[in-house]
Each structure stands twice: as structure tokens, then as C-alpha cells.
Design a protein around this ligand. Structure first.
Ligand code: PEP
Ligand code: MN
Length: 337
């Protein structure tokens, strides 16, 4: 259910509505909009209480939300969601997130951060905890990696995007990260999603490698229904019969997500293609398709990378990509952030 308040509803009236929702045993999500505030209601099995809520002072109308996901849907929040992250913002331009797949040393992450900051990037990616297919592959530097990320932030001012793999590590990672990344393998780790609903930082939710749009949006609903409304969706490719790329980057989902949801959606062409030479064209295509940003793997020396070297751009290739994105962004009147 969605309670739409009148344009001139007072803060007291909004509070009273939220309180009544709680008295009914439901959860109230107060969502200020451009013109008016709405109160999303979750936890209700049906429309019980609808009539009484509609009669409260300041209420304009009470709408039944037909989508299975509620807080994620455009029905509940017609305007796009925009929020600040580490001195930049997500949802109102084309946000660049770049950096190595894994943090490998202090030197390489600080060097990467310096280069990216000079190219106008505001958000640095880098995994300290890595979900690897093989237990024998590099698993990430863990706590030490987090320290190096903090150092990179201190040196450059870049915001940090890094992956959380389990409930236990959310608290220490939250101390360092500006955005908590949920990888494709954990999209339906509901214990983790519930924990992230309590987090104070935005969550970047990658699409599961075999997830439908509805499963993906439902995963985002887990985070929002627990009170964390700052969710960024990230398309990173899905499994298909095709083997010419590592995954099949489903750019067609970008406009569809934007049709059904107000959440920002970014694209990861690195995992989406698995091959660095295909990253630039798919990045340009993501921008043209209406994505809110990119997450790109960039490494000072991809040939020596401890993970995902084949899909990582070197510094020169990344600089060239940013130069190619600028005129397209300008033609679309989309600021690069
Ligand atoms: C990553 O971003 O390095 C990563 C492991 O991504 P994904 O979860 O999309 O495979
Ligand atoms: Mn990677």
C-alpha cells in the first residue's frame, strides 16, 4: 500500500500517519518526494486498514501497489532515486566507478586511485574479500586490503566501493567503505541482504548470474524493506549458451529496470564481457542505453593481475574510454560524475 500525502500536509500529519500504520502492526516507510511525501506500507497481508488510513488528516489517497516488489517500484516512487556518495552522487548523471578487481598491495591501489582521481573518477572499486570459483585462487587480502583502501581514500579523497561476502564482515567493511558491494553469487543471500538493510552505507547489488528482473528487484526489496533505501543495481552479465564472452551482458535490462523501478542502475562491462577489448564499446552502449553509471576494472598492469586481468583495462585504455564517453554524455546532456 502507498499513502500519498497532500502537497500541503504537515510534518505532524505525516508522523501521525506513520504512527497509525505502526499501530496496525505494519511497517511505515516515509518517502519525501519532489512535490509531496508518500508513506509506503509493508508487512500488510492485504488492504486491511486502508479505509481508516484514507480518512486521516493530510492524506490525499491510498493506493494499492500491484507490483510484487513495493518500495523498489516506480508505482511507489515515481521520481528517480538520487543520493550522495562520497562527494559525488548516484542517479542523476553517469557515475564512474573504477579500479582493480582485487586490492593486491598498498602501492598498486594507491597508484590506481591517484590515476583515476586525475581522470575525474570519484569512486574507487577494489575487492579485499574475493568470491573465487576455485578455493586455490587468490582470495583477497582481507583486513590488510581494507587498510590499503582506507589509505587510498586518505591519499586521494576517492570514495571506496568494496565487496561484502558474509554477515560477519559487514561491520568492519562498513568502517572503510562508502558503498557495500554484493556480488552476483550473493544476490539471493537473504541473511546478508537483511544485515545490509541495517547498514548505514549504500549497497551496490549486482544481478545474480541467472536472476530474472523480478528476482533481482525482490533482492533489492529485502534491503529497502529493512530501512536502507540507498540501493544501486548493477547489471554484470548473465549465463547463456553463448561463450564468445564470459557472460552475456544484458543491456536490454537497463531501460526495463528504469521502467519498473526508481533505483539507479549501473553496468559492469568488465565481468559482462570478460575481455578488455570489448569493455569500451559496451561502456558506450551502456551510457546510450540510459544506465546511471559504470563499474569498470582497471589495473596498472593487467598481465600481472591476481584476478580478472584479461578483462581489466590498463591506465591508457581507461583514459581513452573516458575521452570517448565525454562527447556521448554531452550529446545526451548527462553529466559524468
Ligand atoms: C567483482 O566485481 O570483482 C566481482 C567478483 O563481480 P561479480 O560478483 O559480478 O562476479
Ligand atoms: Mn573481478
Amino acid at each position: 500500500m502507498l499513502i500519498v500525502m497532500k502537497v500541503d500536509a504537515t510534518a505532524e500529519q505525516i508522523d501521525a500517519v506513520a504512527q497509525r500504520v505502526r499501530t496496525l502492526g505494519y511497517v511505515a516507510h516515509v518517502m519525501p518526494g519532489l512535490n509531496r511525501t508518500a508513506v509506503g506500507v509493508t508487512g500488510n497481508k492485504g488492504p486491511e486498514g486502508r479505509e481508516t488510513l484514507a480518512l486521516l488528516p493530510g492524506v490525499d489517497e491510498v493506493i494499492r501497489v500491484t507490483a510484487p516488489y513495493k518500495l523498489v517500484s516506480r508505482e511507489v516512487h515515481p521520481e528517480p532515486t538520487v543520493f550522495p556518495v562520497a562527494g559525488t552522487s548516484v542517479g542523476n548523471g553517469f557515475t564512474l566507478i573504477a579500479g582493480p578487481c582485487s586490492v593486491e598491495s598498498e602501492k598498486m591501489i594507491v597508484e590506481s586511485a591517484r590515476f583515476l582521481a586525475a581522470r575525474g573518477v570519484k569512486l574507487l572499486r577494489g575487492g579485499a574479500y574475493k568470491p573465487r570459483t576455485s578455493p586455490y585462487s587468490f582470495q583477497g587480502m582481507g583486513t590488510e586490503g581494507l587498510k590499503f583502501l582506507a589509505k587510498a581514500r586518505q591519499e586521494t579523497g576517492l570514495g571506496i566501493v568494496t565487496e561484502v561476502m558474509d554477515v560477519e564482515s559487514v561491520s568492519p567493511i562498513e568502517e572503510v567503505a562508502d558503498v557495500l558491494q554484493v556480488g552476483t553469487r550473493n544476490m539471493q543471500n537473504y541473511a546478508l541482504l537483511r544485515r545490509l538493510a541495517q547498514a548505514r552505507k549504500p549497497v551496490l547489488l549486482k544481478r545474480g548470474m541467472a536472476a530474472t528482473l523480478e528476482e533481482w528487484l525482490m533482492a533489492a526489496e529485502y534491503i529497502m524493506s529493512g530501512g536502507n533505501y540507498q540501493v544501486i543495481l548493477c547489471e554484470r552479465g548473465v549465463r547463456t549458451f553463448a561463450d564468445h564472452t564470459r557472460n552475456t551482458l544484458d543491456l536490454s535490462i537497463v531501460p526495463v529496470v528504469k521502467h519498473f523501478s526508481h533505483l539507479p542502475v549501473i553496468v559492469d562491462p568488465s565481468h559482462g564481457t570478460g575481455k578488455s577489448q570489448f569493455v569500451p564499446p559496451m561502456s558506450l552502449a551502456a551510457l546510450a542505453a540510459g544506465a546511471d553509471g559504470l563499474m569498470v576494472e582497471v589495473h596498472p598492469n593487467p598481465k600481472e593481475a591476481l584476478s580478472d586481468g584479461a578483462q581489466s583495462l590498463d591506465f591508457a585504455a581507461f583514459a581513452k574510454l573516458v575521452d570517448a564517453l565525454r562527447p556521448v554524455a554531452a550529446a545526451l546532456s548527462t553529466p559524468i560524475r
